[in-house]
Design a protein around this ligand. Structure first.
Ligand code: PMT
Length: 204
């Protein structure tokens, strides 16, 4: 199969030295890309700013913002079978990005934000697997996102649980399907979570 994986955070700049972002390191997405390539799939890894080595036999496209990630995913999706979206995409960006570093005197206490595009929702013509990083109502939120974004399934992770979510080498996940079916897993390494996801994908 031809697989696209998104990984890492996006950065949304308000001037050349300041941005909105989140703590994603890309570990979950890189583990999936590595496992997919190991299984012989053709992998395009669209990565936000992260400090990880590209897995063997993976084609990597580096991006910074959500809009750049969308453009790279759309391009790759023209010849792909499946999109696995682990990236923690910023839902909002500053309405303006100043060309020069803003002086304190130029900044007010309010930052005007505009919505970023939803990459998973926008991209059509491929099977889609999402991730949901939640702190509360984890499964209900995951079911909602799975339905709204037209996904085959979504991988829910409760980021308040020890060893789970951002930056860790492990993750505790539940696969959530649009019809409400759930598959629970114990705490596993991200490499093992990647295997379970690709096992599930092979049954779709
Ligand atoms: O990178 P690590 O440090 O290993 O951490 C892994 C992780 C915690 C980032 C990962 O396991 C994870 O949960 N990723 C999803 C993060 C998230 O909060 O997603 P979300 O609930 O905002 O979005 C749901 C889905 O829609 C995700 O698949 C996301 O990639 C996608 N999305 C979201 C917003 C947007 N504008 N476009 C999107 O495509």
């Amino acid at each position: 199969m031809r697989v696209i994986v998104t990984a890492g955070p996006t950065r949304e700049y308000l001037d050349p030295v300041r941005f909105l972002s989140n703590p994603s390191t890309g570990k979950m997405g890189f583990a999936i890309a590595a496992e997919a390539a190991r299984r012989g799939h053709e992998v395009t890894l669209v990565a936000g700013p992260v400090a990880l080595k590209t897995p063997n036999r993976v084609h990597r496209v580096d991006v910074t913002s959500a809009r750049e990630m969308l453009a790279a995913v759309k391009k790759a999706a023209q010849r792909a079978d499946i999109l696995i979206a682990t990236a923690a995409v910023a839902d909002w960006r500053p309405a303006k990005c100043a060309a020069q570093k803003l002086k304190k005197s130029q900044m007010s206490g309010t930052l005007k934000l505009v919505r970023n595009p939803d990459i998973l929702k926008t991209v059509k013509g491929v099977r889609k697997i999402g991730f949901a990083a939640e702190t509360n109502d984890v499964l209900a939120e995951a079911v909602r996102k799975c339905r709204e974004k037209g996904l085959s399934f979504i991988v829910a992770n409760d980021v308040t649980k020890k060893g789970s979510g951002f930056g860790t080498d492990t993750n505790k996940v539940t696969f959530v399907f649009a019809d409400g079916t759930l598959k629970f897993f114990p705490l596993m390494t991200k490499a093992r979570v990647a295997k379970r996801i690709l096992d599930e994908v092979s049954c779709l």
